[in-house]
Design a protein around this ligand. Structure first.
Ligand SMILES: Cc1cc2nc3c(=O)[nH]c(=O)nc-3n(C[C@H](O)[C@H](O)[C@H](O)COP(=O)(O)OP(=O)(O)OC[C@H]3O[C@@H](n4cnc5c(N)ncnc54)[C@H](O)[C@@H]3O)c2cc1C
Length: 404
């Protein structure tokens, strides 16, 4: 059995699903979305999803323009209005407040399953999207002017454009032989939901410990937070082996009891952290987006935000070419997406690397310098406001979907 599509998207995470909707709302192109994983009942039933993202205002606008925001909001979003970052080795600290940049909030903490489900629910509004789940792709064949995929059930799909949105260990990237730079951040991230005795004050907190950054992301229930604790691999292994009581005690101490005592912790999950960045985002009839194209340390909370900008930009480039009767899958068209997104991603990767190096240094001189720098920046509203506006996605050349 064989079927032809204009566009096939492999992966229906936040980035792949957003791309499908962005394309379907403005074109009649025939789109297939292939997803390997059926939603996990156990994880769906947990009170909170363990995967949580700090969503920037630019990402919110994209989700709004895709008509998903109301559905996301109805499920659960937690707005945060302040951000507090401080160094465990010294007295350096920096505080960001939404009012200082004329906004009512800085962003939203949202569970990945909430965004993903709201995006996938929207698929049914478009007759030109076929959602195939579970779909396991076995073979990728590059043919003249198209790509052929063979699924595990022997079904064959042909497409003019294949979009790899299949995450950090992208099958598409591997099977299309796309090279990428990568290295180990030497950190494992532990994620969990915790309950604290003091309220979270709608503030995103991050403490830089000598072993790595520890973030508390506030939920709408003021005593609940999602934590992202990035620590050197060995230390993380020890933390994971502690029982809940010992883990909570250690966590309260390492967070200098900023939110009082941690009274409970959910199941803990761990993610080894690697930097990955593909050499080329595109090749003829193929494009990579989201984590398939780049992964970075979660200390700046930017992975989903970069991925949604990829989705909006690639969709815009394809729609534009299609409207002008140009080949939307040609290398020259796809290169426009690559040029648009690569420089922004490189800036973010460099910034994150610099922060990781700066706060990872155990040298006294570096520690003194960064504490001085943090306190100085905290007193310079111009620089501070520029930094926070950048992180919120208020920058440069945003794709149309990122503008209200
Ligand atoms: C600990 C941690 C904390 C983070 N915190 C933040 C944050 O605060 N803010 C932020 O912006 N980002 C954050 N990130 C990054 C963010 O989670 C990722 O950047 C984002 O989820 C990537 O989305 P994606 O859709 O590209 O990939 P994924 O979410 O990985 O989705 C890929 C999809 O493809 C499917 N798939 C995979 N292989 C195949 C295949 N062969 N066939 C079909 N389907 C396939 C998968 O099942 C999945 O559904 C964090 C990451 C980590 C590890």
């Amino acid at each position: 059995m064989s079927e032809a599509y204009d566009i096939i998207i492999v992966g229906s995470g936040i980035v792949g699903a957003a791309t499908a909707l962005a394309l379907a709302r403005s074109t009649s192109l025939k789109i297939a979305v292939l997803e390997a994983k059926v939603s996990d009942d156990h994880q769906e039933k947990a009170r909170y999803d363990h995967r949580v993202s700090a969503i920037s205002l630019a990402s919110k606008t994209i989700l709004q323009n895709l008509h998903c925001w109301e559905s996301i909001k109805a499920k659960r979003v937690s707005a945060y209005t302040q951000m507090h970052v401080w160094d465990a080795a010294g007295v350096g600290e920096i505080h960001f407040d939404s009012q200082s940049i004329g906004e009512s909030l800085l962003g939203y903490i949202i569970e990945d399953r909430v965004i993903r489900r709201s995006l996938q629910d929207q698929f049914q509004c478009y007759q030109n999207i076929d959602f195939l789940c579970p779909a396991i792709v076995d073979i990728l064949k590059e043919k003249e002017n198209q790509i052929e995929l063979v699924l595990s059930d022997q079904k064959t799909l042909q497409t003019k454009l294949l979009i790899g949105a299949d995450g950090a260990n992208s099958w598409v990237r591997t099977n299309a032989n796309i090279e990428f730079k990568n290295y180990d951040y030497a950190h494992t991230a532990i994620v969990a939901t915790v309950r604290t005795t003091l309220p979270n004050q709608a503030t995103a907190w991050q403490r830089f410990l000598p072993t790595g950054p520890l973030a508390f992301l506030p939920f709408d229930d003021p005593h609940d937070c999602s934590i992202v604790w990035s620590a050197e691999h060995e230390y993380a292994k020890n933390l994971l082996s502690l029982d809940d009581e010992a883990f909570c005690e250690k966590l309260s101490d390492e967070f200098s009891k900023k939110l009082g005592v941690i009274t409970s912790v959910s199941q803990r999950y761990s993610f080894p952290l690697r930097m990955r960045h593909v050499k080329n985002y595109v090749s003829p009839h193929l494009a990579l987006i989201g984590d398939a194209a780049h992964t970075l340390h979660p200390l700046a909370g930017q992975g989903v935000n970069l991925g949604l900008l990829d989705a909006a930009t690639l969709a815009e480039v394809i729609i534009d070419a299609h409207k002008k009767n140009r080949d939307f899958s040609s290398l020259s068209t796809l290169r426009r997406y690559e040029r648009w997104r690569k420089s922004d991603t490189l800036v973010m990767l460099t910034l994150v690397e610099a922060l990781k190096q700066l706060f990872g240094s155990h040298k006294k001189s570096v520690q003194q310098l960064r504490n001085f720098g943090l306190n100085l920046t905290n007193q310079l509203p111009f620089i501070k406001n520029f930094l926070i506006s950048y992180a919120l996605g208020k920058r440069g050349d945003l794709p149309g979907l990122g503008n209200l």
